[in-house]
Write a protein that binds this ligand. Structure first.
Ligand code: DSN
Length: 455
């Protein structure tokens, strides 16, 4: 994209934009929650809709001058319905500003302070916006501080959700690192939540939506399926859909669905008024109509055969990557993936996630350190490495490139493993300018040049 006005008026910001652009173009971005949106999405995002205040909902706004914003928001809702094949008795709200807001709005709409939420344990791959509190001090790590299958919350409330509600969290099983739905049923019976939540950031397997919906029904709870990570895969049919099973579905719009940063709530029509009120005026002010413009473009793209092929390839690529890494002796959590992400427990290599992730960045491969099931580390130094295929698949990469990436990951890890015991600053000093890492970075750059991004 050209930025002639920015370049002239503010060269400092312009240069930072260009630096970020170069990084995205010539490094492999493999954070699973990221993606590259199309130029059309970004043009809509930069449009004059950024100037318009539109508090309220289409045809029911608080300010005048919203004729086009109304048409736009209705178009966006219509396209969202198409993209997710929503039944007639489901409703769409495209106004949440971000994923955490969309979840807060749902709690605001359907719960009372002090109610119990049953959600996924954060270190097993849940999400902060589903509630999180630490048992004691986070620096001490979690091992030995929590029960094996259920977490009743700790004294140190990290997320506002844990301050407002009582949050109980189900964990994955120690051996399989998968959910045991019978245990979740037992916990639901015991703790009687008002809401059960599924979804998160690092659970590599599909969720059994039918099972959780049945459990929620039995205990009289709402079931919220947060599909922020999988939304694009669900829209394309590459992952199963919770629509029609859960009562409410939330998702962010910049991950696998490849739109602008934002969020959407889908829900049964009978709770639509509560949900809308929970968003505005319950939580937010004016919606970002420029984001809604970009979202409308994203949903149109998501209905194309090309997007469907893309989503299926995202999964194939992640599965290939997981397979190759397992062949190299890495402990891939749950033995593979059904989705766009691969989670490795680095303890099998006597490593943690932090320093290998730093070294991979030097080699042009951006992944993130992450907690894993049975975590013994701390939030700043967890035991896992998380990687995803959405952005590299957007570039057009397929299975042969996944083989190459697995090779590079392994080369980098082997190269720096002898130094990984060092303190972060010493480690970074040691790897700075390491010729072998630079040489891999050059190989990565030439692969990226073969699969350029449309900037
Ligand atoms: N921060 C996102 C992720 O990386 O998964 C979730 O909010």
């Amino acid at each position: 994209m050209e930025f002639p006005h920015l370049q002239k008026q503010d060269p400092e910001v312009y240069e930072l934009v260009k630096q970020e652009e170069r990084k995205q173009q010539y490094k492999l971005s493999m954070i699973p929650s990221e993606n590259f949106s199309s130029p059309a999405v970004r043009e809509a995002l930069a449009s004059v809709f950024v100037h318009k205040y539109a508090e309220g909902y289409p045809r029911k706004r608080y300010y005048e001058g919203n004729q086009f914003a109304d048409n736009l928001e209705e178009l966006c809702q219509k396209r969202a319905k198409q993209a997710f094949s929503l039944p007639d008795d489901w409703h769409v709200n495209v106004q949440p500003l971000a994923g955490a807001n969309s979840n807060l709005a749902v709690y605001n709409a359907l719960l009372e302070p002090g109610d119990t939420i049953l959600s996924m344990y954060l270190p097993d791959g849940g999400h902060l916006s589903h509630g999180w509190s630490f048992p004691e001090q986070d620096e001490q790590g979690l091992e030995g501080q929590v029960e094996q299958s259920i977490y009743l919350g700790g004294k140190r409330k990290i997320s506002i959700v844990s301050k407002i509600f009582k949050v109980v969290q189900y964990k994955v099983e120690r051996d399989t690192r998968l959910f045991d739905y019978d245990k979740i049923r037992t916990f639901a019976g015991e703790y009687r939540p008002k809401m059960i939540i599924s979804g998160g950031t690092a659970y590599p397997r599909e969720i059994n939506y039918e099972a959780l919906a049945a459990i929620a029904k039995d205990v009289g709870a709402y079931y919220l399926a947060d599909i922020a990570h999988e939304a694009g895969l669900v829209a394309a049919g590459a992952n199963k859909s919770p629509i029609g099973k859960a009562d409410v579905v939330t998702f962010t719009t910049h991950k696998t669905i490849r739109g602008p940063r934002g969020a959407v709530i889908l829900c049964r029509s009978d709770i639509a008024d509560k949900i809308d009120f929970g968003v505005f005026p319950g939580l937010q002010g004016g919606p970002f109509e420029h984001t809604i413009a970009a979202l409308a473009v994203c949903f149109k793209e998501a209905c194309t055969p090309a997007f469907r092929d893309y989503a299926f390839q995202v999964v194939k690529n992640a599965q290939r990557l997981a397979q190759r890494l397992m062949e190299k002796g890495y402990d891939v959590v749950s033995g593979g993936t059904d989705k766009h992400l691969v989670l490795i427990d680095m303890r099998s290599k006597n490593l943690s996630g932090r320093n290998p992730a730093k070294a991979l960045d030097q080699a042009g491969i951006i992944m993130n350190r992450n907690s894993v099931p049975n975590e013994t580390g701390s939030p700043m130094n967890p035991s896992g490495l998380r990687m995803g295929t959405p952005t590299i698949t957007t570039r057009g990469m397929k299975e042969p490139e996944m083989d190459q990436i697995a090779e590079w990951v392994d080369r980098v890890v082997q190269l720096v493993a002898p130094y990984c015991e060092r303190k972060p600053a010493e480690f970074e000093e040691k790897i700075k300018g390491m010729p072998e890492l630079q040489s891999i970075a050059a190989e990565v750059e030439s692969l990226c040049r073969k699969y350029p991004l449309t900037m």
